[in-house]
Each structure stands twice: as C-alpha cells, then as structure tokens.
Design a protein around this ligand. Sequence first.
Ligand SMILES: Cc1cc2nc3c(=O)[nH]c(=O)nc-3n(C[C@H](O)[C@H](O)[C@H](O)COP(=O)(O)OP(=O)(O)OC[C@H]3O[C@@H](n4cnc5c(N)ncnc54)[C@H](O)[C@@H]3O)c2cc1C
Length: 474
Amino acid sequence: MSYTKHIVIIGGGFCGTMTAVNLIRDAKSPLKITIINAGAPFILGVAFKSYSSKHLLNVAANNMSAYPEDPMHFTKWVKAREEYKEFETDLLAKTFLPRNLFGEYLQHIWDTTLGTKRNDVDVEILEEYVTNLEFMQNNSVKVILQNGGSVIANYIVLATGNSLPRNPQITNQDYFSSVTYFRNPWHPASVSTLNQTGDVLIIGNGLTMVDTVMGLIEKGFKNKIHSISANGFGVLPHRHFGIQYTGLVKELQTRFELYKLVGIVNKHIKKVRKLGVSAGPVIDSLRPYSQRIWESLSLDEKKKFLSRLRHLWGVARHRLPVFIFDIIQKLRIEGQLVVHEGTIINITETDQLANVTFFNSKKKHEETLTVQRVINCTGPESSIYKTLNPLLRKLAEKKIISSDPLELGINIDVKTYNIINAEGEKINSVYTLGNNLKGQLWETVAVPELRLQAQQLSKILLEVCAETKLKVPS
Ligand SMILES: Cc1cc2nc3c(=O)[nH]c(=O)nc-3n(C[C@H](O)[C@H](O)[C@H](O)COP(=O)(O)OP(=O)(O)OC[C@H]3O[C@@H](n4cnc5c(N)ncnc54)[C@H](O)[C@@H]3O)c2cc1C
C-alpha cells in the first residue's frame, strides 16, 4: 500500500517556489506539498516584488531562467510579451530587465505549473510564520505555526531566504526602536513619507544602497543622501559585459590555495587590462568554479578571505548596469550623494532626528551627521544566532541546526541538502537550500545557483518519498 507523502516548504520566495515547481512537475506518485510563507510576498520573496520599476536585475536575462536546462526560458518569455516584441532575442538576452518583470515571470511559471499538475498532487499555501519544529516518534515532523496551529509532514524544506540586516554596533541600543531607523531596506516604507528638510543616511555602499538611492530619487527626494561603509563606495559597472574570458580557468587546479589563486587572478587582470578590458570578464570566468574553490579552502584561508578579500570580491562580482552606475556617479558629482568611508560609533535621537557619530577613516577624525532617516542597507544577516527569523533562532537554540565556524549559514550535507545538527548528525527529514548554504558554498545567493539547487533538491525529495513507506498522520 502506498501513502501520500507530505512535504512542507517553509518560505515561499524563489527557492521555496522553484522547489515546489520541480516537485509538482516531476512527481510520479501522489504527493502533498504545503508552502508556508509570511513576511514577503509568496513566489516573489524580497527580491522580485520591488517598490520601484527602476530596480533592475543584476544578472542579465540569459542567466535568469528558472530552469537550468533551458537557459533562454526567461528571455523567450520576455520576447513573447507585447512591450518587448520589437527587440531582438539576442539583445534582450544581454540586458538587465526590471526585477518586477522577473516576478511576473515566476508568477507565470507557478500558474502554468498548477494548471498542468497531476490530480493526485495536492498543493496548499499557508500565509503564516513557522516558529518551531518538533520531531515525532513515527519520523514525522510537527511544524508549529505562530497562530498556534500546526502541520504534520514527512519532510521539511527550510527555504527561509534573506533575513533582515544586522543592526550596526553602537552604544545606544535604544536607537533601534526610533521611528527614524529603517532596518528593512526592501520595504517601500524605507523611501516613503520623507520630508524635504532633512538629509538621509544609508548604511552600506553596495547594490542595496544603489536601489535605495534610486528609490529616494524616484520619490522626488532632493536633499543630501549620505552613505557610509568601512570601505567607501564599492560598486562597479558591467563595463565589458558579454566578453567571455577563458585564459584563467586553464590554470585552475583542483586544490585551490588562496594566495596562489589571488596571484593567478591578478596576473590575468593585468593581462586583459593591456587591451583596455576591465577585470569583470576575468572575475566572471571564476563563477562556475567559486563553490568548488570555497569548499577546498582551509578554515584559515576562508577567514583570511573574509577579512582581507571579501570586499574586493563583492565589488568585482556584484556589478551594476552601466546606465545605473552613471546615474549614481552623476549624483555624486552634483553632491547630492555623499559617500563616507568610516565606521559608525553611535546614534542618538533628538526631536525625531538622528545624530550619527562616525569615525571618518579618510580624514582620521570623528564627525557627526544629523539626518531625518537612517536606512540599513548592509545586506541580509547570515548568522543563525543573530537572525531575527524566529524559526532559525529556535532551531539553533534546540541544536537542531548548527552553524559553520564563520557563522555564514547552516551546516548541511552538500550531497543531500540535509541539515546537520549540533552533534554532527544528519537529520534525514529536514533539508535546506539558498542563502542558508553560504558557509559551505559561499556563492549561493543568485538565481543561477538557486535554480540548480531547487531542481537537485526536488529530485532528492522525490527519490526519498518513493523509497519510504511513511504514513502522514492526519
Ligand atoms: C533586493 C534583492 C535583489 C536581488 N536581485 C537579484 C537579481 O537581480 N538576480 C539574482 O539572480 N538574484 C538576486 N537576488 C538574490 C535573491 O536573494 C535570490 O535570487 C532569491 O530571491 C532568494 O530567494 P529565497 O527564496 O531564498 O529567499 P527570499 O526571497 O528571501 O524568500 C524567503 C521567504 O521565506 C519567508 N520566511 C522566512 N522564514 C519564514 C518562517 N519562519 N515562516 C514563514 N515564512 C518564512 C520570507 O519572509 C520570504 O517570504 C536579489 C536579492 C535581493 C535581496
């Protein structure tokens, strides 16, 4: 007798949705899938439902297909739309399209998948927070919801995605409850209801800072926008997009030593610069190897990378479409955007204004800025001990999930996506993917990696469902 297996996916952003899409498409026997999502819109997550149509994908269309085996799937879907019909497919493939358009593409995939699913594949969506997991005698797992309810499943997928950024280290912790502080830079409120009499400070100088600047300008904000980070402005444009450089990969070994690798990369960057080509194509050529490189580095090398090279790697890897870069440069030249290199020491609030004291590392002295708003654009928190996600904190506290030594994510068995508990044991009923794998894979944030993970994980889940004879308790 065969029983319907029940898979609960916690988190309904790109990873959760695409895991479900692959499960529904490939299921050969009865299956129940429940996606439990709250906090960001189902299917779109934090990335693909933006408050601004000016927010663009940072990966070109030809690398944004939801299916690894069909790289042009997204481009072809775009080309079929009335507003893009006049453009050649090759041109569309190389462009950076709006993030909201990608959201519509994911919605289309979801609707099509549901429209063609088998009758014995049952799909349920719950809009609720998951706060805990309890393991039951019969190998099933009780998923505890914030509303007091629960769901029982055979397998769990943690697709929890992007957590809110970490608060800056300042002495006045009370500041974080101030109305002038915006910890969620992806929420439309972060750029809304500003008055025209005060400046704004953005913490962070990466791609989220650029999105926030674009959002503020779109809202008609005319005052100064300050931004601050330890290294100053850290975003480069895609200057030589489309050039495929092959010289570097020929020299890659199977055991990568960090400093030898840095030497080889620098040599190739110098070489292409002789032709007036930027470092971009050299760095891009490493992308298919970056997970393998990270896995082969020793802990000591990983620590060195994080302390000395992380910033440079981020600058080289996460680049901007040239015309957005030009807008940012223009704002800097005109003086509306002022970039500071330094570290925030403290923030206090008086009369609904934030007084931010920071050490200016260029000028080597303390300065104070008074602003009407502070927006945290430092990027998602990756530590399971510091995240605001109640589920991950609870699972870490119960030692069901464990962190890598650098607190970048959750320990897993990279071959099966199963989580590893604090005792080093594999938990066969719980899987994870996406950002949570950063400690073990490093590059695991963008669609080209995530689509593959979603596909591999769904294959594994369908295999284990076929092997086990577990009954879903009702
Ligand atoms: C602003 C932004 C722009 C990006 N742009 C690009 C791009 O252009 N190209 C690209 O390739 N990648 C981009 N990325 C990377 C992006 O993170 C991934 O591409 C992808 O969106 C991540 O999907 P996810 O499902 O892992 O996470 P998320 O999109 O964060 O979705 C996770 C979902 O799970 C929910 N959740 C978490 N915990 C719980 C819980 N306990 N209970 C219930 N629900 C829960 C969350 O609230 C959220 O809805 C971008 C990322 C960001 C943040």
